[in-house]
Structure formats: structure tokens, C-alpha cells
Design a protein around this ligand. Structure first.
Ligand SMILES: Nc1nc2c(ncn2[C@@H]2O[C@H](COP(=O)(O)OP(=O)(O)OP(=O)(O)O)[C@@H](O)[C@H]2O)c(=O)[nH]1
Ligand SMILES: [Mg+2]
Length: 344
């Protein structure tokens, strides 16, 4: 699963990407770059205080830095842009509310709603023209034609496909065909110090109307924080009154919007977060660690992370009756720590 940073040229996508990946991945204007961002979680650190593990392994999420879009851009670049957008699982529409004479705004001035709309409309138009092209094929079978006609009629109402009502079969078709407006989307407003709050209000209203979340961040500041050594980061953040870097909230939101979650394992060797899909069962969670654990699954020992921390260890948690035995079909909950019993 990959989250794509998309938007108009010079909106700050690469700056956000660098902050997310802690400057470990080189970016280049006009090139597509992928990188993993760590999803730090307070709960993981609290568990580590109990277990003093050799290793702490947080969840990671892959972000894609997609080259910017400019209306009327070079055809080859435009096709590359569309092809990248069609590959990602989440659209993070990055919109700017900062002024920078060295990075001229492609549409002349700051106007977040106009910019967000420019990209959204482009994706909608592409979905429409794609559908029309498919429909122009005379040899289409009856069922496919019917689905395409339904899709086109919906797109003509100027709403993204994700807001539509389709049957399971129709959704499967939409996913398979790589429709852009079917992908989940969220908005990021990239601001600078002293920005005009009317921009934020306007974009929030736009996002709300679309039922999409919005996050405000200062990409340049986030990128500077990410460049600092761990020890200095905390001091710097306190100075600015920041409790959690905004990019962490972005990473968590992106995970959530892609339907991902994680559970923990905790021991002296390692305290770790394992990525699963939301609603995954215990046996699927076991499979995230190793297929053998899923195959030989006997039962899962599950404890809430805070109960385990309060108890001070697995043995104590067992003694206090805080550990539940769960079967394969148990649905994993946010904050669960698991230990799997299995046969090989
Ligand atoms: N003042 C200010 N400048 C920013 C901010 N975010 C990005 N910039 C600057 O804007 C310029 C473009 O930023 P990038 O992150 O490269 O923008 P981009 O969206 O990746 O651009 P393309 O990939 O060409 O579409 C750089 O010079 C950044 O330093 C911000 O929050 N405040
Ligand atoms: Mg860039």
C-alpha cells in the first residue's frame, strides 16, 4: 500500500516527503521517489519502558513523491503524472498557503481551494475521458457497457467515484480499471508562519463538503525538525509548543485512510508494531509475523497495551487475569498486544 503526495507544482510535496522519510531518501524535481516513513507511537515507547528491548520497531508506511501538476503541462510529463496517480492507494492533495518568490506559484497567487479544485477536476476529467474512450469501443460486451455508462452518468454529476453508490461487482470493476477519483483522498494545507487563516477556513469547508480530512502543517518547519538529531528535536519542538510533529499525524491519518492498522508484540528482544488491515483477525495478524505462525495457530494471548504496561510484564498480566485467550476468528483491536501460541 502506498500513499501518494500529489498536487500542483511547488506546493511542497518533496519537502513533506523529506520530512516524512527523515531526509534518508534523495528527491529530484520531476522524478518519482518512494520512501518509508516511521509511524512513531507513544504506546510503543511505553511498552519499551517496561521490557527494555534490544530493538524497538515501529510500523512504517510507504509514501510516493509524485511530480507536480501544472495545468497545460508538457504531455509526456502529464502522462507520467497520471500513471503515478493511478498506482497509489491514497491521494494526499498538497495545497500551498506560503509565499516563496523562488518557487513561483503555477497559478500566480495563493488560493488553496482553487488549487485543490484544479487537481480534483483534472482527475475527474481524466476518469470521464477514460470512460468515453472505453465506451467508443464497439465490441464491448453488454455488461461492461452498462457499468461504464453508469460510471459516466455519475461522473457527469461532477462527483468523484468514491462518493458513488455501486454494487460490489461494479466496485471491483472500478478498482481494476484504476479509476483515479475512486481512490480515497485527503488534503494537506502547507502553511508558513503568520499565514492568513481564511485560507485554512476555506480549504476546511471544501474538504468537509467532500467528507475528506484535512491537515495543516508547515512543511519547511517539519523538514527542519526531521533534520535535527533526536535529542535536539524534543527541545526544538518544546520551544515551538509542538507536542507531536505534524508529519506523524499525517502518517497516522494516511494509514487509517488506507484501511491499515497495527498491533504490538512485546518482549525483551523486541517491542514491535505489525501492520495489518483494519478488521484483521487473529490468524491474519499471526500471518503478518510469519506464515508458519498462521498455519500452526493454536491461540492468541491478547492484552491491552496499557494493562500490560500497568502490570509490568506478561507474567504479571497473566496472574492478574488481564490476558485473554482468543481464537483464530478474533478481530484485532487497536492497542492490542499479542502473543501467539502455535505448532510447527
Ligand atoms: N516558505 C516556505 N517555503 C516552502 C514551504 N514548503 C516548501 N517550500 C519551498 O517551496 C519550494 C518547492 O518545494 P517542494 O517541496 O520542492 O515542492 P514540490 O511540491 O515538491 O514541487 P514539484 O515537485 O516541482 O511539484 C522549495 O523551495 C521549498 O523550500 C513552506 O512551508 N514554507
Ligand atoms: Mg517535488
Amino acid at each position: 500500500m502506498e500513499a501518494g503526495l500529489v498536487g500542483l507544482k511547488y506546493s511542497g510535496k518533496s519537502t513533506i516527503f523529506k520530512a516524512l522519510t527523515e531526509h534518508k531518501v534523495q528527491t529530484k524535481e520531476g522524478s518519482v521517489v518512494k520512501g518509508a516513513a516511521t509511524v512513531m507511537d507513544e504506546r510503543l515507547l511505553k511498552l519499551a519502558e517496561v521490557f527494555h528491548p534490544k530493538k524497538i520497531t515501529p510500523a512504517t508506511i510507504t509514501f510516493v513523491d509524485v511530480p507536480g501538476f501544472t495545468p497545460g503541462m508538457d504531455k509526456k510529463m502529464y502522462h507520467q503524472f497520471l500513471s503515478e496517480v493511478s498506482k497509489v492507494d491514497l491521494l494526499i492533495n498538497v495545497v500551498r498557503a506560503f509565499d516563496d518568490p523562488y518557487a513561483p506559484h503555477p497559478l500566480g497567487d495563493i488560493d488553496p481551494v482553487r488549487d485543490a479544485t484544479a487537481l480534483d477536476e483534472e482527475l475527474l476529467l481524466r476518469d470521464m475521458s477514460y470512460t468515453e474512450t472505453r465506451l467508443s469501443n464497439r465490441k464491448l460486451d453488454k455488461d461492461t457497457r452498462a457499468i461504464l455508462e453508469k460510471i459516466l452518468a455519475f461522473l457527469e454529476t461532477e462527483k468523484p467515484l468514491r462518493a458513488g453508490e455501486f454494487s460490489d461487482e461494479e466496485w471491483a470493476f472500478i478498482q481494476r480499471e484504476g479509476y483515479l477519483t475512486a481512490k480515497p483522498e485527503m488534503y494537506v494545507l502547507n502553511v508558513e508562519d503568520g499565514y492568513d487563516e481564511q485560507w485554512e477556513d476555506a480549504l476546511r469547508a471544501y474538504a468537509e463538503e467532500k467528507g475528506a480530512p484535512m491537515l495543516v502543517l508547515n512543511a519547511k518547519l517539519e523538514s527542519e525538525i526531521a533534520e535535527l538529531p533526536e535529542e535536539e528535536r524534543q527541545v526544538f519542538m518544546e520551544e515551538f509548543g509542538i507536542t507531536e510533529p505534524a508529519i506523524m499525524r499525517l502518517a497516522k491519518m494516511a494509514m487509517d485512510m488506507m484501511g491499515l492498522s497495527y498491533f504490538f508484540t512485546a518482549g525483551e528482544k523486541e517491542v514491535r508494531a505489525w501492520t495489518i488491515r483494519k478488521g484483521a483477525t487473529a490468524v491474519e495478524a499471526a500471518g503478518a509475523i510469519h506464515t508458519d505462525i498462521a498455519k500452526g495457530f493454536i491461540r492468541a494471548e491478547i492484552v491491552r497495551w496499557d494493562d500490560l504496561v500497568k502490570a509490568g510484564g506478561w507474567k504479571e498480566a497473566h496472574n492478574q487475569g488481564l490476558v485473554r485467550l482468543e481464537k483464530k476468528t478474533y478481530v484485532m483491536q487497536d492497542g492490542d498486544v499479542a502473543f501467539f501460541r502455535f505448532n510447527v
